[in-house]
Design a protein around this ligand. Structure first.
Ligand SMILES: Nc1ncnc2c1ncn2[C@@H]1O[C@H](COP(=O)(O)OP(=O)(O)OP(=O)(O)O)[C@@H](O)[C@H]1O
Ligand SMILES: Nc1ncnc2c1ncn2[C@@H]1O[C@H](COP(=O)(O)OP(=O)(O)OP(=O)(O)O)[C@@H](O)[C@H]1O
Ligand SMILES: [Mg+2]
Ligand SMILES: [Mg+2]
Lengths: 476, 476
């Protein structure tokens, strides 16, 4: 007899936590750091705030006050705490319990380029900490204009996917601090994740020269990335969906919730790139009455609208709502971190997949202090929405792109002192999984990445030919 | 101002359907077929029923009755229906709406080796069909002992994650048919997924010689895999969790729901491999009173129990609840499908990861009609819980294992006519994602796979040396 039951999202991700990147103590420690740092960066550089981010990982075994004494032999790995502090926009107190204690809760479910997108990151860290140590997460937060600081200790009721508030307190601000401090206790494995955590922070700093990042590790070592500029790229903006990316279900939901009173108004008010002329053109093609009330649209009507949209020439999505890195920033970052002889970055024009605008950028660094590597092992620095991707490279479309480049056509002789960087930013990065480690092989995206790398490779070829000619001259 | 909201599981997987394998029409058509076939096999061979499975993919554009006429130009790809029929155990009618219309609903959330495990497969197919065509799924089902057949047309309320029952009917059975018929309308791309769908069905048939699988494709081509044996492996059985796989959260949930009245009774009744002696040993180490009521256990108590478990020598999990393929079946399957000169299969003894028992099996086929391939492109037939895995090979630990084998040590000279098969079965296959296409690199699993392939490779080496000696003899 089959026993049927349903699971809440928290039960589901508790049982399948490896799918969210929490597969073992080393990986969990890394994932906890990155999820919290990505939240800190979203809370600052998307809001005109120069980021000051502090990451402290402590070995918690020895502290008598930690309440975890004597438990470390119970676990593989050791007991740690991860604390991430930022000077960002903070959270409204009423949302803190759910933001940290209810899976699938987020302020980033809107159409805007942000590092976060799933409403899971912070919660998975809280959950993993709770599973391995029993301790709740500690959150301190204050919004910019608020006079108060709020403190919570939050756990997760795994069966019901609701927050457990172990403690809630508030006090008046004595200075104008604003931001958020998140502290998670968990079983981690510092020795096995040390190298990846350092690399993640370095690669974050390379492309965020406007950020101060302070990192204190369990051995007491301190690494400080001081900001080298106060110039920040314009933050990404929220946009409306483009009609080409819309399906029946989305159209149904939008028609049900729109404030527009007619079909034509619905089309030009709810979609980007649709003006009154285009809206009328779509309605005419659909054969429906322009003054039809959106809430009265039947499924057949919606199908006619969808068909009419596909047959109408709608301007492609603009991409001025996106925030890319820029060729200058990529080249500076590659120069400072790799000390190459040659560097070239390329920012492609915006493109689209499934109604989401995206921009691909690539950078090539060559020579100088870069050690030589074989064709199959060209170091690849992957980024998506300004997040460095360090795991699952074999699964990433970026690795496939680099492997499929015919490097010999660009006069590269292996082993070669070569490094490639690829970045994609979009209102929706097509990740392969909720752990955000690899980008899926969407055809439009793969094509753009290939064109970007080839464009930079052509510059490399000119450079290599020039150096070859110089050597010949010198030898005469 | 950040806009916070929560998403239901259906909204979440609707927005991120590529994460469940529904990334484009070709992939969606493949995923729909496989999710339904895996459900059909779970409903038969796990229940002592020789599977009779019928898969029909139809091109739906031309049929006036389909109600989808004129809509195909609206979509990339074309309109199809996928129908899968089985002679399995059927579903109880009261569970049909949720089994097909509510995400995270399943009868496979228990600790038993099944192909399904997430409670998503059928629903993602229903959802994708609804998104692309607006049409509900059609389900016909009858349980073995039931006198009635039940018919439903089911859709999904995406916002609320609840089923929409478009139609429900029942009639008296006129014969002793039992089983389930599922029909989904969707936008697919037969040309682009044809090869993968054929390969999936062939590779399923290779390891299920006791199954009849009938496949009718959109071009009217019919492929029939007739069963070649009535012998079925014993079905997998449900087991209790092993203490080594238990964490604090799980212990908390089990202590809250157990019928046992004391701590000792809880331990030896709720866990596998724990008898009264071991239970008493664990309790003694924990320092807790043996007669403590499980529901009275505090978090500190549970931590002491967990620590005591880790310090106690508990028998490893047995694996007689698992259902592996067996060396004979693997060798027959490889012989019949590849016509090699040499074949050798290895079934490893059971092993454990995180409290889940697992068995790894490997097979090597060489020579005969196998075409030669280079070291990096050795064809690899991957299986997990008897499911063929066809996508994301680069991300699979199995590919890493095959790449890390020093084939030259086994006297293999590339290009070589070599094919490798790897199978893992477990109460929980450590998949990388909910689309079930690649196995994650769990250390214990990777190690077992490596040992299995090497064991088969040693046999290959003996064979190759013997052939070499024979050639030398012949040349004299
Ligand atoms: N440091 C922070 N400062 C301000 N807001 C934060 C911070 N950390 C989390 N939040 C808020 O809590 C929400 C939940 O965070 P969480 O990481 O779980 O999800 P997300 O970032 O929206 O998506 P993802 O799962 O992709 O990370 C965020 O959407 C954000 O509104
Ligand atoms: N052909 C079938 N015969 C009998 N029961 C079925 C059939 N198809 C689905 N079910 C029932 O419906 C449930 C839901 O199926 P679904 O494919 O969504 O999830 P699952 O198989 O449990 O897990 P997964 O997402 O990994 O496939 C199954 O657990 C099973 O009980
Ligand atoms: Mg986040
Ligand atoms: Mg299933």
């Amino acid at each position: 007899v089959e026993k049927f039951k349903s699971l809440s999202p928290s039960e589901f991700f508790y049982r399948n936590k490896e799918i969210a990147g929490f597969s073992n103590p080393a990986r969990a420690l890394y994932q906890t750091v990155r999820e919290l740092v990505e939240n800190a960066l979203d809370a600052t550089d998307s809001h005109h705030i120069l980021p000051d981010i502090k990451v402290i990982i402590k070995n918690e075994v020895e502290t008598p006050t930690s309440g975890l004494v004597g438990l470390s032999e119970a676990f593989e790995g050791g007991l740690y705490s991860v604390q991430v502090e930022d000077n960002g926009i903070g959270l409204p107190p009423s949302h803190v319990p759910r933001a940290f204690g209810q899976l699938l809760y987020s302020s980033k479910y809107v159409l805007r380029q942000t590092r976060g997108m799933f409403g899971l990151g912070a919660k998975m860290a809280v959950l993993y900490g709770q599973i391995t140590t029993g301790k709740p997460a500690e959150i301190t937060t204050s919004q910019v204009t608020s006079k108060r600081v709020y403190y919570y200790r939050i756990g997760i009721d795994v069966i019901n996917n609701t927050p457990i508030i172990h403690e809630a307190a508030t006090y008046m601000k004595t200075n104008d601090w604003h931001g958020t401090i998140v502290k998670i206790y968990l079983v981690g494995d510092w020795q096995r994740s040390k190298q990846k955590i350092y690399e993640y922070l370095k690669r974050t700093a390379i492309i965020a020269p406007y950020a101060n990042i302070y990192f204190e590790d369990p051995d007491g070592e301190i690494m400080l990335f001081k900001r080298s500029t106060e110039e920040m790229p314009p933050p990404p903006r929220e946009v409306q969906p483009h009609p080409y990316g819309v399906d029946l279900e989305m159209l149904k939901m939008m028609a049900a919730t729109t404030k527009a009173s007619t079909l034509v108004e619905f089309l030009y008010k709810e979609f980007q790139s649709v003006g009154i002329t285009t809206a009328n053109e779509i309605v005419q093609r659909s054969g429906l009455r322009p003054d039809l009330k959106p809430s009265d649209l039947t499924l057949e009507d919606l199908m006619k609208v969808l068909k009419a949209i596909k047959e109408t020439n709608v301007k492609p999505p603009r991409a001025d709502h996106l925030s890319n890195l820029g060729e200058k920033l990529i080249e500076i970052g590659l120069k400072e971190s790799l000390k190459p002889e040659f560097v070239k970055a390329v920012t492609r024009k915006p493109s689209v997949y499934e109604g989401h605008a995206f921009i691909v950028e690539a950078g090539i660094a060559y020579g100088g202090r870069i050690p030589p590597s074989d064709k199959d092992f060209i170091p690849l620095l992957r980024y998506a929405n300004k997040i460095p991707l360090l795991y699952d490279e074999a699964a990433d479309v970026m690795r496939a792109v680099v492997r499929n480049i015919d490097w010999e056509r660009y006069d590269v002789v292996f082993p070669a002192p070569l490094v490639v960087l690829i970045h994609i930013c979009s209102t929706k990065v097509p990740y392969k999984g909720v752990g955000k480690e690899a980008v899926a092989d969407v055809p439009e995206v793969e094509r753009e990445m290939e064109l970007a790398v080839k464009e930079a490779a052509r510059e490399l070829k000119s450079y290599l030919n020039m150096k070859a000619r110089e050597r010949e001259e010198a030898e005469k």
